[in-house]
Design a binder for this molecule. Sequence first.
Ligand code: PLP
Length: 352
Amino acid sequence: MITAVASVRAMASYALAELGDGAALSLAQNESLRAPSPQALAAGQVALAASHLYPDPDWTDLRHAIAAVHPVAPAHVLCGAGSMELIGCLVRAFAGPGDDVLGTQYGYAFLSTAAQQAGATYVAAPEADYRVDIRALLSAVTPATRLICVCNPGNPTGTRVPNSDILWLRDALPDDILLLVDQAYAEFDDQDHAAIFRLVDRGNTVVTRTLSKAYGLAGARVGWGAMPPAIGAELRKLLNPNNIALASQAMATAAMKDQAYMRDTVALTADIRERFAARLRSAGYDVPDSATNFVLIPLKDSETAKRADSALLQAGYILRGMGGYGLPHCLRATIVSEPAMTAVADILEGFA
Ligand SMILES: *Cc1c(COP(=O)(O)O)cnc(C)c1O
């Protein structure tokens, strides 16, 4: 019999959202409520015509477009087929059997998968009130900890901690522990992120971002990370060469240059999100403050959450059950158009 290696046999497949038969509207994957910027679409179309050629393996235009927007040097930027690719490779490069990868209780599920892929052990520090507890995270550090990931703002909670918490954590951590700050939703979080990017200069911190959420390019698969050159050199050995398709690089570059479109998306999303959350709160739900393009909706208990989930599905709306995150009493709703959010709130009112 042909068998996979033991560490792979022991793994479960990564649980993506259930997306039904295509007739229902997905609020399950935190995709943008808008199509990509018209400039990104136009650039992608031009690039498609040159698709007989391999893409730029160094993402030169994209890295420079990123550095024109954020306080990072182009040489410190690596790009991935989604930030997932970078996170996975980072974990594999810096943790292995016998090592711990430390995340938080409701942190990004893919981190635990990445740890398993690396043969490392995933450990989660408790959160308090659906929020990262930075002191609990520090307390969970052991001599086996090699890498710590803080997702800020968090998924699936949607909450954020002040960046000063992250700076405090970095100062308190030993220098030989790699800190990964996953900022997949940072565009929706209005705090100043410059000090977080400056941590990269200390040689021990990586900051990841994605084009999948605020830039509406989930289907293009583009993410990037700011990282110290020595860390980037190791990570790069594990990336697929030519990892980002030509058209995707062109779309991402044009999208970065169209900051106004991204900011409009963020403002529109926040507007709909706040009205949706306010309605749920006045119906009696204790919805945590969100600094993302989704909200976490805690229901009375897991049974009620299941019933609400089926009622929403019946009406054509797919939310994301949170059992996989240890929150079986919660549903997560990506912010989509206002009429759809109103319809979802109408249904949820019946389950408050
Ligand atoms: C969506 C998301 C990512 C990135 O996804 P990619 O599409 O691979 O860039 C990373 N972290 C978190 C927490 C996310 O929600």
